[in-house]
Design a protein around this ligand. Structure first.
Ligand SMILES: Cc1cc2nc3c(=O)[nH]c(=O)nc-3n(C[C@H](O)[C@H](O)[C@H](O)COP(=O)(O)OP(=O)(O)OC[C@H]3O[C@@H](n4cnc5c(N)ncnc54)[C@H](O)[C@@H]3O)c2cc1C
Length: 603
């Protein structure tokens, strides 16, 4: 079986970078220790090897589809939901009182990475069920929690996130699905939702939709959006189920993630679709953000995981494929010599290094985000606000960088295979198709970038940015204690200053009231800032590796740590300098994309 992740890297991030066992000092996680975390990730890998990875291609070849009013999915979906329900993993991070395991998010993300890398079509079914149940636990009444959550945790019922409508994708303020109050306190729902992942299938007895809509007469825009629970089947007093007028109208046929159904749902076609309010009226979008933020981290993690699987497949191929000869001194090739394997060509090594650099830093960034989540909720009181702000700031980057650069890295991986990369005999073409969705759903790259520059960078007077800058400074200081890391620490220091001055430059547009100009190149800003954040992750990894090498206090092989330093150098040589181009664009006086100033364009 081909490798799809590197367990040594996961352990390095978990134990050496993030010191995951220190989380066990928090009251919430006191029942865990390092050994328990290791057993969990090893057993997950074993299951993913045996059950998930072997089905990756088959699920792509037998896509989810609509037939006779039903969504047909691969039978593995049923087995996976049952397995996750029985072993408690749907409720991994939930409170004990709700039947959960109180597992740290940091460790849960490591587990999620392994399963996503093995097979990115399956975990979405349980992931959305978990997100929907989590939303109920946080905002719903005890009666609603009691009614829905236990079955969802057991994997008997699925869960979804119903936001998108045909006329309202990025702009959720334009949703029109309407809720009509009923005398018994419930609501009748009318509307359509499209692109709903895991929206219907035969392996769940019921599907619990967490849906946003407007109560009749509610204010326009986001201030009039409420959150509802809308089951596919209503639950009668005696526990039996009856249809709730949720009609499945179709399944979108996609270029990738074909094993994961994407449904079109019609609510209340026969005026008989009942819903119950979750949380306060008109607070729906704010509450839904809990699920959306979690899903953004999940999407980033999935992208990192697909990129990881692609990297390992390319690496294996490059080690086995003989082609061409090395160039000898004087620029000659000796054709009498046997062909070399392609891993010896510098250009192939460059592509593999790019994959490695992107993949490993993405995994460390995503686990860091989850670590912030643990610390923001359960860490020492006085630190919670800081980690909360760091998580808020880092979320759009943790979603976007793996989605965008993960795709670039998979493309490089496909290139490593030459023509075979384009063919179905190898998994690269599937990974390339599968990863493409990541930059689209859960808020496109454009929308994430608006969130980063338009909200997160300036929130609380730039307080989150100040925290992040302090994190950079702390890593730079530690790296500076090693002579050979000093030049890289200097590079990160100056990149961080460039980011600060670029942010200030853009803010002058906002201060002059020209908000559209301030935000017009938010995606370029995202590219610049993400690149610096990833450089920070690499410098951090290299410093930890160097500390282990110098002290001799090594958990992994010496070459493992040396590789980390080497890959950091690759990132600083090939990727970090790209921020200069972003800076140039962001400081340019030319205003070329705002319609009024450029009527000649696209005329
Ligand atoms: C496979 C799949 C699964 C999905 N799963 C779910 C799900 O489970 N639940 C759910 O609710 N939705 C789901 N979605 C919907 C998904 O979140 C939306 O497709 C996405 O938010 C984009 O909306 P849209 O497709 O309407 O594109 P649009 O909003 O029309 O965007 C088109 C383009 O315009 C850009 N754009 C739009 N507005 C702006 C702006 N103000 N400023 C700058 N650029 C802008 C976008 O960045 C994009 O490039 C899924 C979609 C797919 C394809």
């Amino acid at each position: 079986m081909a490798a799809y992740t590197d367990m040594e890297h996961i352990r390095f991030v978990l134990h050496e970078m993030l010191q995951a066992s220190t989380l066990c000092e928090f009251e919430r996680y006191k029942d865990y220790d390092k050994e328990a975390f290791d057993i969990l990730i090893d057993s997950t890998k074993d299951y993913a090897d045996k059950f998930m990875y072997p089905l990756l291609k088959e699920m792509d070849e037998q896509p989810a589809h609509y037939k006779d009013g039903k969504i047909i999915v691969h039978p593995a979906v049923g087995k996976f939901m049952k397995y996750c329900g029985e072993n408690g993993s749907i409720g991994s991070t939930f409170d004990y009182e709700h039947g959960g395991m109180q597992l740290p998010h940091t460790v849960y993300s490591a587990v999620s990475h392994i399963v996503q890398a093995a097979n990115n079509a399956l975990p979405g079914y349980t992931g959305l069920t978990q997100g929907a149940a989590d939303l109920l636990v946080t905002y719903a009444s005890p009666e609603l929690i009691e009614k829905y959550v236990p079955k969802m945790m057991k994997g008997e019922w699925g869960g979804t996130m119903c936001l998108t409508e045909p006329q309202a994708g990025s702009s959720l303020s334009d949703i029109t699905t309407t809720a009509y109050p009923q005398e018994d306190g419930s609501y009748k729902i009318k509307g359509q939702k499209i692109f709903i992942s895991g929206g219907d299938h035969e392996y769940a007895d019921n599907i619990v939709h967490l849906l946003i809509g407007r109560i009749e007469g509610a204010p326009a825009g986001t201030k009039g959006i409420s959150l509802f629970v809308v089951p596919k089947k209503r639950i009668n007093e005696d526990g039996s189920l009856e249809s709730n007028d949720v009609i499945t109208a179709g399944d979108f046929q996609k270029m990738g993630q074909r094993g994961y159904c994407t449904t079109h749902l019609v609510f209340g076609e026969n005026d008989d679709c009942r819903a119950w309010l979750v949380g306060a009226e008109n607070r729906g979008l704010k509450n839904m953000f809990q699920m959306m933020n979690g899903a953004r981290i999940d999407v980033g993690l999935t992208a990192a995981s697909v990129a990881s699987a692609a990297y390992h497949a390319s690496l294996q191929y490059a080690k086995e494929r003989p082609q061409g000869r090395r160039i000898q001194a004087g620029g000659v090739k000796n054709t009498n010599q046997e062909q070399t394997t392609i891993i010896n060509h510098p250009d192939v090594r460059r592509m593999l290094h790019l994959q490695e650099a992107v993949t490993e830093a993405c995994i460390s960034l995503l686990l860091t985000a989850s670590n912030y989540q643990d610390r923001a909720h359960f860490g020492p009181e006085e630190e919670r606000q800081k980690y909360h702000e760091l998580l808020e700031l880092i979320t759009p980057i943790a979603k976007t960088y793996p989605s965008e650069m993960g795709r670039v890295s998979v493309s490089n991986g496909l290139q490593v295979l030459g023509g075979y990369g384009f063919c179905q005999d190898f998994p690269l073409e599937q990974y390339y198709r599968d990863i493409r969705i990541m930059a689209l759903y859960e808020g496109t790259t454009g929308i994430q970038s608006l969130d980063l520059l338009g909200r997160k960078v300036i929130m609380n007077n730039g307080s989150a940015m100040k925290h992040l800058t302090k994190e950079f400074i702390s890593t730079i200081k530690e790296a500076t204690s090693f002579d050979d890391l000093k030049p890289y620490a200097e590079q990160l220091k100056s990149a961080s200053k460039e980011l600060a001055s670029t942010t200030q430059h853009l803010l002058t547009f906002a201060m002059q009231g020209d908000h559209e100009r301030y935000i017009a190149d938010a995606t370029v800003y995202m590219e610049m800032m993400s690149n610096i954040v990833i450089a920070w992750q690499w410098l951090k990894m290299a410093t930890i590796a160097k500390t282990a090498l110098v002290s001799g206090n090594t958990i992994q092989s010496t070459s493992f740590y040396e590789r980390k330093v080497h890959t950091m150098k690759f990132y600083f040589k090939y990727e970090l300098p790209k921020i200069a181009a972003c800076k140039h664009t962001l400081h340019s006086e030319d205003n070329l994309t705002i319609p009024e100033a450029n009527q000649v364009a696209f005329s």
